[in-house]
Write a protein that binds this ligand. Sequence first.
Ligand SMILES: Nc1ncnc2c1ncn2[C@@H]1O[C@H](COP(=O)(O)OP(=O)(O)O)[C@@H](O)[C@H]1O
Ligand SMILES: [Mg+2]
Length: 402
Amino acid sequence: MSDDDGKTRPPLPSIPWREEAVADASFLAQVVDTVAHPIFVKDRAFRFVLLNRAFAQMVGFSRAEMLGKTDYDFFPAEEADFFRAKDTEMFESGRSVNIDEETITDKHGQRHVLSTTKVPLVGEGGRVTHLIGIISEITRLKAIEEALRRANEELELRVEERTRALRAAQEDLVRKERLAVLGRLAGGVAHQIRNPLGVIKNAAYVLERGIRERGATDDATRAIAIVHDEIDRANQIITGLLEYARVRAPIRTTEDAADLAREALDRVSVPADVRVEIRAELTPPVAVDRDQVCGALENLLRNAIDAMPNGGTLVVETRALGKWVAVVVRDSGGGLAAEVRERLFEPLLTTKATGLGLGLVTARTLVEGQGGRLRCVDAGPPGAVFEMLLPVTPSEAPAKPS
Ligand SMILES: Nc1ncnc2c1ncn2[C@@H]1O[C@H](COP(=O)(O)OP(=O)(O)O)[C@@H](O)[C@H]1O
Ligand SMILES: [Mg+2]
């Protein structure tokens, strides 16, 4: 057998046609009962007058229990209110009502998510006599949708995290690259400038001696002193640049944080009007380059002292913080100036007439070289607080592969 479009159809079984077989009421009831979608019929008093097996199974109540009763006899009040409002809307408009999403709580307290259509059944004289409800249960669909949404969110978060990590790594790389170039440049320039500075310094000594022998004027003595000071300052700048640009790889030893703080304090000259307090908690040993950490601490201590030109209190605290030991430097000065708050740790940022603006960046580079962290935890006023986190010595040395 061949159709117009050329497709072949399988032969039909020959069964005699009987109209009454499909018009039969019990046959229709059987069909309704067998449909997998929950179906119910309500009268104008909102009573259930018919419901199929799928509906009874979904709500957990038997057909006998439900017939002649309303939603309020079975479901939570707020759900019944919603169903009633939609039923009323259908009866009043005489038109189908689609509900994309609603919930129903079954006999066992389980919530089902439904998509429901309520259709009017029109009787004699065009009057709407009943409401037919046809339900698609979308609980699983909603669960899948929710899981998908959550998976998506998680994915976005992970991408964001990775992007952030990547950006940080890239910035780190750029910084290191720049430092390496600066290191080479600074090394070259330092050498070139230190030589003439040395020559100038020697010449200044000769001049000084000559002037003194011939009876020095105050002006000449002052001028020579200025030359000496400025040479020292130029040398300091070169030292600062070299320290910033040429951080070597750390040589780690096992150290006590409070001990490092004490050594750093010894290295700086503390004015008589600055009181020093060391508050050392018992902390686990840290694995760091002693000289580098002391150098970083020195920079913080110098800044703290600079911030207290009229004296004050300098507090150095050490405490255990999980896998870190925190070394906190706190002063009682005026706090960070507004213009440095946003840009702290940028090279060459200084508010001091003779500052170089490399102290904090150098300190951070040194601390990060140990795998540690350095940040300003309180900008003040009063006083600024800087916190250095140093990595605790791993208690168990990783087993070496044999
Ligand atoms: N403890 C502090 N109190 C107030 N301001 C500070 C403190 N530490 C740092 N600063 C500010 O940060 C700037 C940069 O510090 P730093 O990098 O050490 O450079 P420098 O000390 O040469 O200015 C300082 O000029 C100062 O304005
Ligand atoms: Mg400084």
